[in-house]
Design a protein around this ligand. Structure first.
Ligand SMILES: C[S@@+](CC[C@H](N)C(=O)[O-])C[C@H]1O[C@@H](n2cnc3c(N)ncnc32)[C@H](O)[C@@H]1O
Length: 212
């Protein structure tokens, strides 16, 4: 029942942002990680995959930022409250032409998706990024400290059915991207795996690596 309630309340963009901001100390650590690893240049086009209500669009120049999300309510909120281009899209079937972006951000998506769906997202991202493009992944890992009761409760209540240990995220990313930097960190009550990767593997190479 709590799961259903959390899911229902998450539908409201302002409520979603308020709760997450509270639990994650106003995203101070996350915003710094995004700034440090992706920078902000008008010359680099950025795709925010699963951008939610667009809370991180202000870290990028408005003409360089595109956010996509499956939830039309979040996209409508983002369009009304933030600058940049926003559209409803399924991250598993990105609709942009090949090589459209220099950089990408994926924050809090993969832990909602099965391995098969993650592979579809990563293959699509590899396609829409220019060779040499960078991606910053920030994903929930199991709560580390037994004393972090709110963190445990949050993971229990939210619908992240695929919260993985860092090694499992790495195993999913490696066939598609070259890993440049990895970190584990805490943001408020949430523990994260962060990876900055480069898209310099070609699609053929990736499908070869993934076949049994
Ligand atoms: C934990 S939220 C993170 C949102 C945003 N990155 C943020 O940090 O505010 C997960 C987001 O993934 C989106 N999502 C889930 N499955 C998706 C899919 N297949 N394609 C695009 N977005 C998806 C949800 O609608 C939700 O906005």
């Amino acid at each position: 029942m709590l799961h259903a309630l959390v899911e229902k309340l998450s539908e409201y963009p302002r409520f979603f942002l308020f709760c997450r901001g509270l639990l994650e100390s106003n995203f101070t650590v996350i915003r710094k990680a995004i700034r440090d690893h992706l920078g902000s240049s008008p010359d680099r086009k950025v795709l925010d995959v699963a951008c939610g209500p667009g809370a991180f669009s202000d870290l990028f120049p408005k003409d360089a930022y595109t956010g996509v999300d499956l939830n039309p309510k979040y996209i409508r909120f983002a369009q009304e409250n933030h600058q940049g281009q926003f559209s409803v899209q399924d991250a598993r079937a990105l609709e942009f032409p090949e090589g459209s972006f220099d950089d990408a951000l994926v924050y809090g998506l993969l832990h909602h998706l099965s391995d098969e769906d993650v592979n579809a997202v990563l293959a699509g991202m590899q396609r829409v990024l220019r060779p040499g493009g960078r991606v910053l992944f920030i994903e929930d890992i199991p709560t580390e400290s037994r004393l972090n009761l709110v963190g445990h409760l949050l993971h229990w209540a939210e619908n992240g059915h695929y919260i993985r240990p860092a090694n499992d995220y790495r195993t999913l990313l490696e066939p598609f991207f070259r890993l440049e930097n990895e970190q584990l960190f805490r943001s408020g009550v949430c523990d994260y795996y962060m990876a900055r990767v480069v898209a310099d593997r070609n699609t053929e190479e990736s499908s070869r690596t993934k076949s049994p």
